[in-house]
Design a protein around this ligand. Sequence first.
Ligand SMILES: Nc1ncnc2c1ncn2[C@@H]1O[C@H](COP(=O)(O)OP(=O)(O)OP(=O)(O)O)[C@@H](O)[C@H]1O
Length: 496
Amino acid sequence: MTAASMDLDQELMRAEVESVSSDNTVTSGTNGNVQVVVRVRPPSNREKDQGYVKCVGVDSGAHSVTLNYRPQPRTFTFDYVADEVVTQEDIFAAVGKPITDACLQGYHCCLIAYGQTGAGKTFTMEGPDPESSGNSPGFAAQNKANAKRHEKRGLIPRILEYIFQRMSSEKMQSCKDVEFVVKCSYLQIYNEQVSDLLDPAALNLTIHEDAKAGMYVEGLQEVVVPTAEATYGVFRRGSENRHVGMTAMNMESSRSHSVFTVVVESQRRNDGGVMNRRTSRFYLVDLAGSERQKHSESAGIRLKEAGSINKSLSALGNVIKALVDISEGKIRHVPYRDSKLTFLLKDALGGNSKCTLIANVSPAEKNIDETLSTLKFAQRAKLIHNTAIVNEDMFGNPAVMGEEIRRLRLALAALRANMGNGSIGEQNFTMINQENPSETSRVSRLEHIISQSTKRSLEAEQKLQRKINELEGTVQNCHTYIERTGENPSDSEDDH
Ligand SMILES: Nc1ncnc2c1ncn2[C@@H]1O[C@H](COP(=O)(O)OP(=O)(O)OP(=O)(O)O)[C@@H](O)[C@H]1O
């Protein structure tokens, strides 16, 4: 077995293990629906002072949340539910780790925090505000106070740590060539305008769509980052710019959507010289507060903000609704272009990406209507079906790649035979998909790799053929010249 085939088999085995992981992990199988998590935060001091009444019950075993709504309680089931005692470490283990593993395998990923203002979105994504207890980077637990903060750090610092840890252990363990490059960028969408949080002068940027690269923002700064600490430093710098902007414009954090993007590029060379290059993009999204805006109380800047937030969150709701209709077999136009947020997140919602939504809610009865609306939104999002693929290219010597293609075709044929079906028609494929999803996912991964390799190999062969044609043309010209003049052109060149 070649090194490349061992890599592939290990990769496929890992994907399979992940799709059958334990109940308390939000799994990241090869394809599937948006994963939805609900997190209920503890009551705040303010809620306690105002006569706190609890209205949310969590059954973590049944993955359900019950809202004591009158006259009828309402129960919702999700992929994972976290009550107020669930720690930041638990959330990372259940939600952050599986999606980061998928990102490191080459899938585009997206983690979105949704919920009303004060429901715990920023706490979940980042941890407590560093301003409130010194400017600790959230990594090193140098003293007692820091150790407490360290424990409370949110998903973003933990994800960054994990990405770099896994990359360095792969580099250490692997005897083959492997290179990683990590880049990050940070933007916010405020009043339907995209601005660069790493470059405060870059305002009103434009979002574009590219057939190969997907969605991208023109002029957005992308920083190459060597370590988790450096990446977190970039994130903190952007978050500080967000705060400066907020004070200048007198807005609260929940008035803008922020998107921190981490891009992981990897390149692995196997013994045969075939290169495997993967690029995955990980969006970490902290949305504006989802509470309904009271237009009558808003004026000036607030009115404009309220309008923009309503527009983008209702556009998000409409996109989700259309996608759910599509997953139920209806033909629908998906209005991604109705807001900057939905256009930017086009791939993450219903496209080539794995997506986890964390719906944050307050446990207090006074917020029961907002909580119900968050839970309904989250329940709808659960029905969105994404088709994520590993974003990889293979390239190298055409002969070696030809051998690789042959090997992959054989592996595919063996898999198909294993499924008791020599040629898989569309109908059979769907049937097998239902019966044996893990085998099918192996087949679709192999098919994707074969199609990518075939494309690369064809390109390399065409290039080689063009070179051969060029050389043959030159040789022919030389013969003609010699026949006509009796001179060898290279001799005459030497004369000058
Ligand atoms: N699970 C939790 N455990 C302890 N405290 C929490 C938890 N979730 C949130 N909090 C606290 O609740 C308060 C509000 O949380 P946070 O700022 O994260 O809300 P938010 O949804 O991001 O609000 P906004 O939309 O205004 O940005 C903060 O003081 C935060 O520390």
